[in-house]
Structures are given as C-alpha cells and as structure tokens.
Design a protein around this ligand. Structure first.
Ligand SMILES: O=P(O)(O)OC[C@H]1O[C@](O)(CO)[C@@H](O)[C@@H]1O
Length: 436
C-alpha cells in the first residue's frame, strides 16, 4: 500500500500543507507513535485495537462457524462497527457479495423484504453486539428468529453469536447453548473489523481471514516514528494538518465498486472517533468514477473546506471495450474498462489541484485479503494518530447516548429530560401531510 500526499501540499492546493509545517508535525508524529506503541504494549483500552492482527484467533472463528459453513448466505444482525467491518470485507472479497445480507437498520419494509427473499434454511445468522443491548440489533434479531420459526427452520442450528460477557444477547446465547465468540476486550466496534466482529461472515463465505490478518500485520509493521516512513501516519498527519488548515470535510472516493462500503466503514471510524470537542472532519462518501458525474462539481468549485481521499487497487481485472461504430467514439477503440477507469482516476485526482483543491491518494496492490486487511488497519492507525494529534478521546462516543436514552423513553412512554426536549423543540411546519 502507498499513500501520495503531493496533491495536498500547499504548493498544490488551498487549503494545503506547507512542507515546513509537515516537517514540524513529524516531530509530533514521533511522540504520538511512541504513545500509541506504549498503549499497544500495555493493551490499553482502544490502543489494543491495533494489536488485533496478532491477537485475533482465526482458528476459533473457523471452529465457531463450522456448523454453518455450508450456508449459501449469511445475514448479519448488527449495527455500526458490529456490521460495517464485515460488510466492507465481504463486499470487497466475497465470490458473490450479495451472499452477505446486512440488517443494520430497523426499516420495517426493508427487513420484511429482505427476509422474504432469503432461503432461511440456507442462510446463517450472524448476530453481533458488543454491549448486547443495542435496540436495533435486538429488535431485528427477534424478527429474524420469528421468521426462522415461522418457516420451520431451527434458528439455533444456523446461528453464530458475537457479544460481550453480559447482557441479553449473552444470556440468550447461554440459554440456547449457541456457538458464541467474544468481542475483543477494549476494542470499540469501529476498530473491530479484524476480529470476530468483522470476520465471521468472511469465514462462512470462504474468504481468507488469515490473509486479512496478515495484511493487518503488514500495516502494523509499517508504523514508524516518522510520517515519511509510514503510509498510515502520512495519511493521518495530512488529514489532521488539512483539517487545521480548513479542510473540515474528508470525501472518500474509492475507484472500485467493491470498496463502496469501505467508505461507509471509514465514515463511522472517522466521525465517531474524531467528532469531539467541536472538531473532526466530516466524512463524505463518494464513488469513482460514478460521482464524477454527481459530486465532483462541488469538490472542484464549492467551499474550500474539503479534501478528497482517492482510494484504488492498482491491479484490476479487465473487460475489453468492443470497437465503437461511431467516429466520435473512436478514442475507445482497443481500450478496456480498466484502462478507462484508471484514466478517469488520474484525470479526476489531477482535477482537484487544477482548481487548487487538495487530494490525498491511497493505493493498494489489488483487491485481495492481504491488501484489504492492510487498508483497514492503516486507516485505523491513521485515525488513532489523528486522535493523538488533535488530543481528543478517540475511543469513546458519548454523544451517541442521548438519542438512545430518548428512544427508550419514547418507546416506554416515560417523561424524561430527553422527551421534554423532543416535545418542546422548535418547529415550523411547511406543507401538509395526512394526519395518522
Ligand atoms: O456492538 P454494539 O454494542 O451493539 O454497538 C453497536 C454500535 O453502536 C455504537 O455503540 C454507537 O451507538 C457504536 O460505537 C457501535 O459500533
């Protein structure tokens, strides 16, 4: 994996980072690296996430999924970090990405439609919750369990549970003696892709989970006291410096359909880790080449508050473009789709500094287990570095609790501070909807 930061230097873009600023920042990177390594060595909360390539027990995962290894599909019931890592990995690497269905929302129409179209007898259930109490996950699990029962499929024979040591999900697993895997201690969900939390569906779908962990080890080995020696820290240091220079939006634009969910995973990692104390880059999700015809106008000519992070695999499979039969398309003759998307990548990356806007490039060798594991780990390490440089609490997410408390109170019909806020919040309705 390599990172190219040239199109985000002040000589290329505004906001941009002066080389002298980067060199000064590199001294802080060295100190942050030492802090991170100390946290890893002491298995400190959060920092221990960067030890997962070493500590994750791939054999235990394979043993746990053995009873459902014949499943043609997997339905993951989880949300946030308990779903996005697995979703990213299977989308990038599964023979058939549609064989992994993720229920990470409680949209009734979507849940019903998803269950109706699945052959539940051939589908494994992967239910994941660190806390074991997340309302969306538990509610969806109860609906999924009832669907299996209604169709006469023994759900206890088709399930793997990944959860913490306590809570309703652990109790259910113990009650029914279900195959269970632990969530790694001290690892927030958004940092858990390279653990059982992210690796059960890949293991069921015959993805090389050992290769994913090897790729993570490769990225771990590339962490160094200087950003000039570490792709992950180069990316993290530039992202931090660009935010300091005014780039408060980080639009992640992978040039591979199989990396679209990577953008969703990155969004939680970046937002939930760094959105603290009134700061944090807003992760925007884009996809190349598609969003050249959608968001690129804003990225090139809108507010100077963004950096675009381009991600691509260097190697691609290819599809030849048949010779065109119109002279206006003669430029496509003898080319292929891989060559076209790579040309579009080069053109779009250059189009940002061509209008003085910053771009960062992350390139992996190919879409295989090692490269995807390396990419996930590197972005996690980059995120931890930004948290150190920004001096925020990278591994907690206190701001998400208010909504959870309010939801529970609404459902229970209780009067709480939160429900009072809901009742009294400012409203000015324009237009009419049918009253229900
Ligand atoms: O794994 P759990 O405990 O169900 O949490 C799911 C997600 O919800 C959050 O706790 C935020 O509410 C995320 O940090 C986490 O990834």
């Amino acid at each position: 994996m390599h990172v190219d930061i040239g199109a985000a230097l002040a000589s290329a873009a505004d906001p941009g980072v002066e080389r002298v600023t980067l060199d000064e920042l590199d001294e802080r990177v060295a100190a942050a690296h030492d802090r991170i390594e100390q946290g890893r060595n002491d298995d400190e909360f959060g920092y221990t996430s960067l030890n997962l390539p070493e500590t994750t027990d791939a054999e235990a995962i394979r043993d746990a999924v053995a009873p459902v290894a014949d499943a043609e599909s997997v339905i993951t019931v989880g949300i946030g970090g308990s779903a996005l890592g697995a979703k990213t990995i299977t989308e990038a690497l599964a023979e058939d990405p549609s064989s992994h269905v993720v229920l990470d929302n409680v949209d009734p129409e979507h849940v019903r439609r998803t269950l109706d179209r699945l052959s539940l007898a051939d589908t494994a259930i992967n239910v994941v919750s660190r806390s074991g109490t997340t309302a969306e996950t538990l509610a969806n699990f109860l609906v999924v369990r009832e669907a299996y029962e209604d169709r006469g499929v023994d759900w206890t024979e088709r399930i793997v549970v990944t959860t913490g040591e306590s809570g309703p999900l652990r109790a259910l697993a113990d009650q029914h003696d279900l195959p269970t895997l632990p969530v790694p201690e001290g690892v927030p969900g958004r940092f858990s892709a390279l653990s059982a939390v992210g690796l059960v569906p890949p293991a069921i779908l015959d993805i090389d989970i050992e290769g994913l962990l090897a790729g993570g080890q490769q990225a771990a080995g590339d962490l160094a006291p200087s950003l000039y020696d570490s792709p992950a820290y180069a990316y993290g240091a530039m992202a931090y410096a660009l935010e300091e220079a005014g780039a408060t939006v980080n639009a992640v634009m992978p040039y591979a359909e199989r990396l679209e969910s990577f953008g969703e995973w990155f969004a939680q990692l970046w937002a939930e880790s760094l959105g603290k104390d009134g700061r944090g880059q807003t992760p925007a999700r884009a996809l190349g080449a598609t969003d050249q015809h959608s968001q690129l106008q804003l990225y090139r000519a809108g507010h100077r508050d963004k950096v675009v992070t381009f991600v691509r695999p260097r190697e691609r499979t290819d599809v030849a473009i048949p010779d065109p039969d119109h002279e206006d398309l003669s430029y496509l003759a003898g080319t292929d789709l891989g060559g076209l998307i790579d040309a579009e990548y080069e053109a779009t990356v250059a189009s940002l500094p061509a209008t003085d806007r910053p771009a960062l490039e992350v390139e992996i060798d190919r879409l295989d287990a090692e490269s995807v594991g390396e990419l996930l780990y590197a972005m996690e390490a980059a995120c931890v570095l930004v948290g150190e440089l920004a001096d925020v609490e990278t591994f907690t997410q206190p701001a998400v609790e208010w909504g959870k408390n309010a939801t529970r109170a609404l459902i229970r019909g209780e009067d709480t501070d939160e429900t009072a806020v809901i009742e009294e919040r400012e409203r000015l309705r324009i237009g009419e909807t049918e009253s229900i």
